[in-house]
Ligand binder design. Structure first.
Ligand code: PLP
Length: 418
């Protein structure tokens, strides 16, 4: 078969399966309402949890930095690309995260693949949650290490795998997201830390969707649970709550110096640009000091969760997943409460800014997402395989939303109820 014929056949198959994806092009600032096809649309799909992506304080800091230092970093970090702003950002991150050092990559994806592939070899083993982010999965593939995938948030399964295998390998590394990006639930971190200690393992925590949101100063879930000193490798991204772009790893000096010398996505890639770094510096400063923003986000998370509970039909008491027939078919609103253990600890229902409504039918999920967008002007993304196994509408609350915004979404969601 001709090469392009093959591509066309594959594209046709993807389209037939309702899996073809394309851009939704926006033409405004990243605020609560964005412009899409000439319409003002309520943004419920953004990872801009604190609204920092369009924050004026950051815009001003970026303009000043660009005027003074220009745009491009002009080289990789170890050749000519390290500007004093890179160092300032790394120092600020290490200070906020209370670690000895930090290292910044151009994206969170680069941080995960770069760190995992540098740290693990065929002599080692990784124990990875089955719903970990693609960048972790790809990092593991690249490392060529021995891998054991444990059932989602299932510490019994993790312990079974550690028990069976830990003696065979030089290092045993447990890797988990702290907040799972497509489900919004939370890793049972306390139990994972206990297992790390019991089996003398290393713990790698991806705080991509937790940075800026948990912890007194927004450091992440590990700080919220006062477990940060037990996490060996604290990874996060500057592209979500921080509203900029870039990824980081925080930890002990040996870890960071090792990554600086061994991580290929760090070494063989141009250093992040001046505007991205200047934005991140300001964002880290705001995250550490602006308690109000976080409060607003949490108020919205709680309000939205309560509203969703009202339109989801049955709640089976202690169970963490509520089931109903919202949207006229079997659906689940996970509302990120998969973390039953954490719930038990805090006795508090809403646990992340990510809410998902799952369906067993891709076409129906797509249709609902499209109707929300075209008819009701709500951007509520449809997440489909291969990103996830079960299709879903993924909704994110932001500090920028007002009560009226959330009420509007709840009202429109309830229209699908039968
Ligand atoms: C859990 C998790 N880790 C890592 C990443 C990658 O971060 P970035 O978008 O900064 O490349 C993401 C992004 O979606 C994520 O959700």
């Amino acid at each position: 078969m001709h090469f392009y014929e093959h591509l066309q056949t594959e594209l046709t198959r993807i389209k037939t399966d309702n899996l073809y994806r394309d851009f939704k092009v926006l033409s405004s600032k990243p605020e609560a309402y964005v412009e899409y096809k000439g319409n003002k649309v309520l943004q419920m799909s953004s990872n801009n949890y604190l609204g920092l992506a369009g924050d004026l304080r950051i815009t001003e800091a970026v303009i000043k930095a660009v005027e003074k230092y220009g745009m491009g970093s002009t080289g990789s970090r170890l050749i000519s690309g390290t500007h004093k702003l890179h160092i300032e950002l790394e120092e600020k991150l290490a200070e906020l995260k209370e670690t000895q050092k930090a290292i910044v990559f151009s994206t969170g994806y680069a941080a995960n693949i770069g760190a995992i592939s540098a740290l693990l070899t065929e002599k080692d083993a990784v124990y990875s949650d089955e719903l970990n982010h693609a960048s972790i999965i790809d990092g593991i593939k690249l490392a060529g290490t021995n891998k054991f995938i444990y059932k989602h948030c299932d510490t019994q399964d993790l312990e079974r795998l550690l028990e069976e295998n830990h003696k065979k390998y030089r290092f045993n590394v447990i890797i988990t997201d702290s907040v799972f990006s497509m489900d919004g639930d939370i890793a049972p971190l306390k139990e994972i830390v206990n297992l790390k200690e019991k089996y003398n393992a290393v713990l790698f925590l991806d705080e991509a969707h937790a940075f800026g949101i948990y912890g007194e100063k927004g450091q992440g879930l590990a700080h919220e649970l006062e477990l940060n000193h037990k996490i060996d490798i604290q990874m996060g991204t500057l592209s979500k709550a921080a509203g900029s772009e870039g990824g980081y790893i925080c930890g002990k000096s040996e870890l960071i110096d090792y990554l600086k010398n061994k991580s290929r996505s760090f070494i063989f890639s141009t250093a992040p640009s001046i505007p991205a770094i200047a934005a991140s510096i300001k964002a880290v400063e705001i995250i550490g000091n602006d308690y109000d923003l976080r409060k607003r986000l949490w108020k919205n998370i709680k309000y939205f969760k309560t509203g969703l509970n009202k339109i989801v039909i049955t709640s089976d008491g202690n169970k963490t997943v509520e089931r109903g027939n919202l949207f006229g078919q079997q659906s689940q609103i996970d509302c990120h409460v998969g973390a039953s253990r954490l719930l038990a600890m805090t006795n508090e229902a809403p646990k992340s800014a990510i809410f998902c409504i799952k369906f067993d039918d891709i076409e129906k999920t797509l249709q609902i997402s499209q109707e929300l967008l075209e008819k009701h002007h709500i951007m509520a993304s449809c997440i489909r395989p291969p990103t996830v196994k079960t299709p879903r509408i993924r909704l994110c609350t932001m500090a920028l939303h007002t009560k009226q915004d959330l009420d509007y979404v709840l009202e429109k969601l309830s229209l699908f109820h039968n």
